[in-house]
Design a protein. Sequence first.
Length: 317
Amino acid sequence: MQIKNRLFIYCVLLLAASNFYFVQANSLPNYKSRNDPNCGLKSNIPALLDQNFFRKSNFSLKIVNGANAQLGDFPWMCRLEAKNTSTDSMFGCSGSIINSRFLLTSAQCLWNLRANKTAIMSHVVCNTVLQFTNTSADVRVLVSKTIMHPKYNFPYNDIGLVKLETDLDLSEGSPLGSICLPEPEEPINSLDDHFLLANGWGLQWFEEQPNGTIVVIGNTLQKVLLKVQAQEKCTKEFDPSLNNDHLCMETFGNRSTCLGDEGGSLAHYHQTKKRWFTYGIPIKGFCGEPVPSIFTRITTFSKWIWETVAANTEKNI
């Protein structure tokens, strides 16, 4: 695929209009965690009982400076795809399965579809690590509707949900699995200096040259280990406009998120609960530059997520 054609795929981030539903917070029921009973149990990645596993391993192959994910590493990850009037399927962003009917993603993935009214969010593709290649193992499900946070204003409240037409099979024998969401009362500094695992199908490398920009967009989902930076340090030294909506991840070894990683997960293995949790959604990465990658902080929005899921299930609508 030529570079310009690859870049066209990313233009879906600037394409239009899905069927948005804005949910008012004061109309939602009381908060109740609705984590799937088997969430966070299926990943093939070794449980991080020893954080040194990744620190000591050569986990940087060439997200930016990440490594190829293997099928089963992130059983909650799905590609979000949009369709234009020519019926071509175009890759948009990614999302994380949080239960059999809903995926968690970033609001910018949904908002940016409004730039061109000939495109709609059409379906998701799960059980894959490939971006441009379809296989017989793919699980494809139609999208019912998309839901943005009602106060989204980039880079604030950058979170959204995708509701599916039919349930995903999350049973024990299925390759798919949901990821757990943390509780909203977790202290904001509970993960300071921890290493978390980001993933995405974004740009892997780019270089400015006299005759233009060369970019590398791989076919395989990437994973990269990033370290949580204390919020006070991030706001003081990097961007004072950031608030508790945000989670800053330090860039080291030129490893970071990049354009196109939006909607991915930031996974952490909880050693007490023996499950994988997602603590962030990529907002903006600086493609290997020595500044933090910025994520939406899930704990700030756990209440909104589960209330919105409850308000948009069949028994409530």
